[in-house]
Write a protein that binds this ligand. Structure first.
Ligand code: SAM
Length: 275
């Protein structure tokens, strides 16, 4: 069974990257009135308390969402992100950080649906506790890659699939490229967003090369290195690939991260392009 627990990393800069992309993609889906579904394939706990001993131990949130909460005159996407966090924190003490299901659920309209998949015993218990009673959230306790085969195409015929693996199994980088192509072949209308870590070992190249070989077209990637001095070991930067990028969202993300780099992180780098 898996040992990864996202509560050590909740709200870190990789979450800021991933969740800004997530909100931008769901907002783009809202531009059409027809309902959509979001499949959060590796959902985690859904909400995190950064006062927990695990979050406090790493303190990673200090280089992530904590730096952003106080900004003023931010671009719309950053303001949307801050407003969602504020909705979970009615008092000034902003200690609840929403995971991807927490962000996604706040972006649903009345007829949209959120499907969450998780298999870790602790994470699924928390996820159910947080969202089981929400009528638009459907929680599946099962293997994510089996669920990907079973849950798409959506009956809504439109939507987003977020794939945010913990990469505990080293073959996952290659396997995800294959799973992505196979999912796309069954549901070509969907938008797919895959997160990947950029580590000193550069394992993520296996994912990117696998996607290149898969003949998927219209794949956009972005990699964010916000910190001047990345740790020698561990996460250097955060990456995402998007299949079927909605019109102009790449532009919005480029502008948003340029703003963050200039006004918050001072020396961050945002790299993007088409694979
Ligand atoms: C990076 S975390 C998810 C974080 C979450 N997406 C967020 O942004 O808040 C990855 C999650 O996937 C779960 N996981 C890993 N492999 C899985 C699998 N094969 N099936 C289901 N869940 C899995 C882990 O337990 C972990 O909670």
């Amino acid at each position: 069974m898996f040992s990864y627990q996202h509560r050590y990393h909740a709200g870190a800069f990789a979450d800021v990257h991933k969740h800004l992309v997530l909100v931008a993609l769901i907002k783009a889906l809202q531009k059409k009135p027809t309902p959509f579904a979001v499949l959060d394939l590796l959902a985690g706990e859904g909400l995190y308390d950064i006062q927990s001993k695990e979050s406090q131990k790493t303190g990673e949130f200090k280089q992530g969402f904590s730096k952003i909460l106080a900004v003023e005159h931010a671009p719309t996407l950053i303001q949307n992100y801050i407003d969602i966090i504020a909705a979970y924190n009615p008092t000034d003490n902003k200690h609840i950080y929403p995971g991807s299901p927490g962000f996604a659920v706040k972006c649903l309209r009345d007829n949209d649906q959120l499907l969450c998949v998780e298999a870790h015993p602790q994470a699924i218990t928390q996820l159910k506790k947080h969202f089981r009673r929400h009528p638009q959230v459907h929680i599946h306790e099962r293997d994510a890659y089996e669920a990907l085969k079973a849950l798409i195409p959506f009956k809504e015929k439109r939507g987003l699939i977020l794939i945010d693996p913990s990469y505990e199994v080293k073959t996952e980088y290659k396997d995800i490229a294959k799973a992505l192509k196979s999912a796309f072949d069954r549901f070509a209308q969907g938008t797919y967003a895959v997160w990947y870590p950029i580590l000193p070992e550069n394992h993520h190249q296996q994912l990117l090369q696998g996607i290149q070989r898969s003949e998927l077209t219209k794949v956009w990637y972005c990699e964010w290195t916000p910190l001047k001095k990345a740790p020698e070991k561990g996460l250097q930067a955060s990456g995402m690939v998007i299949v079927n990028m909605p019109f102009q969202v790449d532009r919005e993300l480029k502008d948003t991260f340029a703003w963050l780099n200039k006004h918050v992180y001072k020396q961050g780098v945002f790299k993007e392009g088409w694979i």
